[in-house]
Structure formats: C-alpha cells, structure tokens
Design a protein around this ligand. Structure first.
Ligand code: SOE
Length: 378
C-alpha cells in the first residue's frame, strides 16, 4: 500500500510539464512508499490552468497561490514560477507547513535564499531544489567514480552551458515565455539560469568553491518589454565566463552564453585528475567518457561508456541493458529520490541549504564581473 502525497503545483510552463511528468511516472518504475497525487495546479489564467490540469490529470485548479497554500488537502507545494516569486511563495508555504519542491535557481540572490532556508528550517518541512542534471545516470555515475578515488587528486574542472536562442535583437523581454530575459523576474541572465546548473553539479562532484573572477556581457542592450510595450534596458547578462579556485586546490573554468550560434543546450563538463579524467555532454547524455592512464600500454585511450547497464545508477529500474533513457528521466529520478527521502527520513539533496551555496557563488560571480576583482564566495 502506498501513501498519497498531494501535490499543488504553482506555475505551468516548461518546468511544470517536466515535473508533472516526473510525478506521474516515478511510481511506475520505482518501488516507493509514497505516491504523488496531482491535486491542484495554480496559475493566474483560469483557462490555461484548466487546460494544463486536463492535459496532465490535475484534479482541480486555483488562480491564487495563497488559496492553494490554505488548502488542507495539499501536502507538498511545487514552485515552478519565475524566480522573483520563489521567496514569497516558499516562505508562505513553509509557514503553512507544506513540503516544498522549488525550481532552480533557489532565489534571485543569496540574501533571499538565506531567508528561504531559515523559513524551511524553522518549519522543519522537507525541501528540495530541482537541479535535475545530478540525476542523469551518467552524471551520477561520474559522482560514484570520483568518490571512489579513481581520479586521484583533481587538478581541473571545466564546464560550459551554451545556447543560441536570444541572438535576434527583435526578441522581446518579459512575459510568459520570455521572463528569463527580464532581470526583474529572473534576477540574472545566464549566470542564474545556466551556470547555476554547472555550479550545482561542480560543487556536488568536486566540493566547494573558494573564490572567483568573472566577466559578463550584455550584447543586446535594449529590447521591447512584453508587459509595458516599451523598449527598455536589458538588465541580464547574456554571457558569463569565470575562473575559480575550489577548496580542494583544483582550478575551475566556466562559460555560459545564449549567443553560441549552433548550440541549443550544450552543457558539458570535464574533470582532470592525477590518474584519470572524465567528460560528459548533455547532447549525448547517456555516455560518460573516461580516460585512465593506468590502462595497459598501447591500448590506452578514452573509453566511451554507454551508461545503460543494470549496474549503472538508476538504470536497473528502466528497460533492459543498452536501451537509453533521456532528459525527462532526470526529473522522474528526482521525484523518486524525494519520495524515498520522505520514507527514510533522509533529506533529498539538493536541499534549500545545499542550493544556497550555488546562489552565493552566482552572487560572487556577478559581483566580480562588476568590480573586475577576484571575489571570495561569502
Ligand atoms: C533555459 O533555456 C533552460 O530552459 C533553463 O532554464 C533550464 O534550467 C535548463 O535545464 C535548460 O535551459
């Protein structure tokens, strides 16, 4: 017998779909004590909320998130709104005693994130942030390899997240699909949206970051704003690159842009250790590249490991060895891990507190880009 866990989702964009799919599928593949029930979806536009509810199987809708939080039949709140609403909703949800699953990045900045951490910790409610790439089997496998010590001392960590969808100067900012271009809704540009993923994975795989030096650029300085209809200054970073030092002494190099023509979501990382190196690429997400200099003589070379076997992370729960899974499965895994965490009392990671670390690094990156100086992570 599974116990129902009633979900109330706020927002219904791209992430609303990814999370809903996760809730619907987790129990079909993972043996779990809890089962998500899609109780309500909340959005300001009643018709759109209803259409989303009908499509994904939500039992009801709300048009005011405060009403959703008042409902006794909601156990967990999933925040899929633009970033500027995360703090207010999360703090209110914690006060209402709800569990919270919050879309990344946790907050607009570290100060907001700290308030959110305090709220969930005071209320003692389970909480998690959707940094989904940790749960791509090849990335989880990379974590296992690093933790086993196979790489030896780590010297370098390199990551990119490259896209090309904002190159046109005619693209407006703000509103439903384009809030990521509006600093008032997003907080920052590629730093909070894309590098936050790279940073979350990096600190999970390679430990804390001590200090950073960064540069950012806004290539298109003004865009029409969808909400005001006026041409307004663009406040986000279109591109960001930074160098950093990790606490373990390794050097980091990170780059993200939405102006890399030809790249749609090229998230890659490479880690070079004393004995071995690993590489991963989101466009080929089921593979992990591994090189070990201890391999025998002339046969030494990069191995391309197809991370689809039964003894690879999560894969025993899917089809048969050799058959791949994809992007959406990282969210299914995150739901499964959250539900497993509820059953065992072990908090699922990344918690709000874990994700606050990423926020602090993003703040340091943006500050360094402004001052031109090295910046310690606060
Ligand atoms: C932006 O285009 C975006 O959708 C991010 O917001 C997601 O977090 C990332 O996973 C894919 O790209």
């Amino acid at each position: 017998m599974t116990k129902p866990l009633n979900i109330g989702m706020i927002g219904y964009g791209f992430m609303g779909r990814a999370h809903s799919n996760g809730y619907r599928q987790a129990n079909n593949f993972f043996k779990l004590q809890f089962r998500p029930v899609l109780k309500a979806v909340c959005a300001r536009d009643k018709e759109k909320a209803q259409a989303f509810a009908d499509n994904w199987g939500y039992e009801s809708i709300e048009t005011d998130w405060r009403k959703l939080l008042e409902r006794k039949d909601i156990d967990a709140v999933d925040i899929c709104t633009p970033n500027n609403l995360h703090k207010e909703i999360a703090i209110a949800a914690a006060k209402a005693g709800k569990m919270i699953l919050c879309e990344k990045p946790l907050s607009m900045n570290a100060a907001e994130g700290e308030e959110m951490c305090r709220a969930v910790e005071a209320a003692k409610v389970p909480n998690m942030v959707w940094y989904n790439y940790r749960r791509v089997p090849a990335v989880t496998f990379a974590k296992q390899i690093i933790d086993s010590g196979k790489l030896g001392k780590i010297f370098h960590y390199r990551a990119n997240f490259l896209q090309d969808w904002t190159i046109s100067a005619d693209l407006p900012q703000g509103g439903a699909a384009l809030w990521r271009l509006d600093a008032a809704a997003a907080g920052s540009g590629v730093t909070g949206d894309l590098l936050a993923h790279c940073i979350d994975t990096a600190i999970w795989l390679n430990g804390g970051i001590h200090n950073v030096t960064a540069m950012t650029e806004t290539f298109i300085k003004e865009r029409k704003h969808n909400l005001t209809g006026k041409v307004e200054k663009v406040g986000i970073d279109d591109a960001c690159a930074f160098l950093c030092r990790f606490d373990n002494g390794s050097l980091g190099l990170f780059e993200s842009t939405r102006y890399a023509r030809g790249h749609k979501a090229l998230y890659t990382f490479e880690i070079n250790g004393e004995h071995a190196s690993i590489k991963w690429d989101l466009h080929d997400l089921h593979r992990l590249q591994y090189f070990d200099h201890r391999d025998e003589g002339p046969l030494r070379g990069w191995r391309s490991i197809h991370v689809t076997d039964g003894d690879h992370p999560y894969m025993g729960k899917w089809w048969v060895p050799g058959l791949q899974i994809g992007y959406e499965h990282s969210f299914i895994h995150q739901v499964a891990d959250f539900l497993e965490g509820l059953a065992t009392g072990k908090p699922p990671s990344p918690t709000f507190r874990d994700a606050l670390e990423t926020q602090k690094i993003c703040d340091a990156v943006l500050k360094s880009a402004k001052t031109g100086a090295w910046q310690d992570v606060g």
